[in-house]
Design a protein around this ligand. Sequence first.
Ligand code: SF4
Length: 71
Amino acid sequence: MNPDKKCVQCEYFVQAGADENIGECHRYAPHSGALDPTSMLKAKGIDIQTSVYWPKVDINTGCGEFEPKAP
Ligand code: SF4
């Protein structure tokens, strides 16, 4: 991973919660996750309430969607 492209330096990173090493990735809309069991039940026609979330990321990780923060 490029050390200059960490989540903490990314436009889509949002600090959230008490742990300063963890934040949220807001690159895409919040979602329930592909393997969320509530989503699988809903797909089978079982109507239950589903929660959605922003993916949690470590400040020192990064991904191919990295965008530098706007100045
Ligand atoms: S580097 Fe990737 S995972 Fe990290 S905040 Fe940016 S888009 Fe999200």
